[in-house]
Design a protein around this ligand. Sequence first.
Ligand SMILES: [Zn+2]
Length: 400
Amino acid sequence: MRQARLVRRLTAKSVLEDMGWKGARLTRMERSEVATITMEELRRLSEIFAFPATFFTTAPVSRVEPEDLSFRAPKSTLESEKNRMAQMMALSGDFLLQLDAQHKLPPLRLTPRTDLDPAAAAAAAREQFGIGPDAPITDLTHLLERHGVPVMMRGERFGGQGLEDNHHGRLEKHLGCSAWIGEFKERPLIALRELDSWERTRWTVAHELGHLMLHVGIRQVSEEHERQASRFASEFLAPFAAASQMVRGEPSLVNLLPVKDRWGISLGALLPHFYGSGAMSTDRYEMLRKQLYTRVNTDTGFTWGRTEPGWDDRAPERPRLMSKWIEFIYGTSSAKEIALVHNMIWPGDLIVEITKGQRVASTARASTPRAAKDTPTRRPPVGDGVVTDFASYRSRERQA
Ligand SMILES: [Zn+2]
């Protein structure tokens, strides 16, 4: 009941009123493992929450609370939004377990290394995934999913309102989060904002992988944990020893571009990566950062800090595991259909939210900008499961 209430953003007070219950009854029920209600009350609950009645007669498996999320919510984030995010992770976890029960998910081949520093942990993760120290990672999301780390997309900002893009190229910080799900927290799950930027999508996935490798069992991540996860992300995507081979002389924005292109990591991330690895002085680092945020990309009219050269070279990565498993099991990729036809304990709209942004069927179909064509003027650029149309994104950005 608590999960359903938080997911539906209902207050205890409003549920009490709607149910005609008195005093602390709801709180008591939410705190106990089992409660007895009448069939009529069950029907009303199901109606108020818009959840199938079977949801309330099925015990939840994954337990996730806001402090379990590798996510430092901005102070402005409402408690209810943090709670909702945690419960969305828990419910997504249970949904994954359900898929796993019917068709075994890829086994987890990731062993956290909380004993290592971020750079060494990044090398260890590459080894665990069978990626050589000098090999670029083509599709990071696919790599993780193959090794048993499912990824889900979020259509909305983390924490609801969240941080607005401040239009200086420094975008909201909290683009992803991760948690361990399952009865024994045995499987990781990464959630990230569905972004049009391939650079930030990959970066966010790598950053969350850093949390999973380094911060198991830590409740409430700190600034220092964030720095560690970011250090991990850079080293995981572009191991310094290999990536620095490509740069002759002092690093500059221009001679870092081929590094970006080969390793799939933004200039914005390469600067602190190379600086942190001792490849440049503080003065040079500051200068290059300033250049990044002042030089204008004539292609977009924005600074390099916001749209770097190569910003539209790749399509943003999208997860595939969940949609693939749904197709395996149910022979359809329609989340609404499986909720209706297969008597799921979750409502259709919740399954739609959980499976949002997953690639469906073939890549060819996924790259058809059909949805974008149907609604040529839609904004904002953050898609809702439809495919990114870079040309219209670009023209929208010019107008903005
Ligand atoms: Zn983080």
